[in-house]
Design a binder for this molecule. Sequence first.
Ligand code: ATP
Ligand code: MG
Length: 409
Amino acid sequence: MDFLSFVEKKEEKKYEEVILCKFGEVILKGANRMNFESMLVKELRRRACPFGAFKIYVKQSTIYVEPLSPDCDMDGMYNVAKRVFGIIAVNRAAVCEKNIDAIREMAAIYLPDKLSGKRSFKVEAKRSDKKFPLTSPEISREIGGVILSKVRGIKVNVKEPDVVVTVEVRDEHAYIRAGQEPGAGGLPLRSAGRGLLLLSGGIDSPVAGCMMAKRGMEIEALHFESFPYTSERAHEKVMKLAEEMCEFCARIHVHVISLTHVQEEIRDRCNEDYFTLILRVFMMRLAERCAREYKCGALITGESLGQVASQTLAAIGVTDSVVDIPVFRPCIGMDKNEIVIEARRYGTFETSILPFEDCCTVFTPRHPKTQPKREDVMHEIEKLDFDALMEEAYSSMTTETKLVFPEYK
Ligand code: ATP
Ligand code: MG
């Protein structure tokens, strides 16, 4: 770096900035709270890797993410922090000394950029150090004055401000920020065991997986395909969905099982009205076996009550009854448009709507049973060599691992 650009760089960086993350439900975790906090810190450390060296620690119910060198990618780190479950709000703050002159000076440097173009603001001051010589309202007034003198056209609005400027006087430093954004919420990844997601190429199942990851589950995925009835492109689509889910779920092992022979046997031997239900029995049983092998305590599906014939109460009753493991269906009470909103938020929607076939959509019955009885479905299944087909399908399983970035461990 030549001397001039060195000076420019120094000139540019007039303040030190940190990322502050607020805990969500973790704060309700009584004696276990420390465990949850350290899981969250660990996850942030793992995810920080591509963005430079950061010091990440908990203090006073906040996670501090401090860059250790000027070339840390703060924008990248900030965006990642928004996708880490367990964090309810994220902000960037300027750090300064704990005296009102330094706070005023920092506000004059840091805030004009952040507030330009905004119509109104209010200042909220918080003092966890009660020995600080000014009260919170006094700090607010001081900093409000600085903003009014530095930002043209902006007004104070305490009821509905465009931006809330916060000044926090903490144990060691003061922090100034303009606004904050919601985090991903929920509980830290891996704090609630592991679940096996039945992942199709549709809209619902990726959302279901992300919703359970939000409640702290590590997600493992199982996809069924039926080559050549389903194509290589359908396979790629599902792999892409799993990769996209990793933005939130971090790491997903995707198991793939071929149902080609199972489906051909069902087509050739069973009553058409039951095709989908029989297929779903195979899916659930294979998923249960996979869950046991990979130590998953629950299955997760994207089913939503009444969405299609195989998701009526009676049909779900049948598919539920063939396994002996909890089945989580987080979308069960959601409308399609609500699921779509979540799919957009998790970033899977655009891939989900690519028009490739799923094994559930090949050999679909013209008149599927909507009020099936378990014994009738089982009667149809007796026409097949169920155990041999299960073995053959399970032994076709292959596994690919998807990661949020290649070095994620
Ligand atoms: P959408 O309803 O948006 O088309 P979906 O993923 O919900 O997508 P459905 O046919 O409604 O598709 O299937 C219900 C559930 O069954 C899915 O949410 C998924 O959990 C599971 N499922 C369906 N097809 C497959 C598949 N090929 N591999 C794994 N799981 C599947
Ligand atoms: Mg669905």
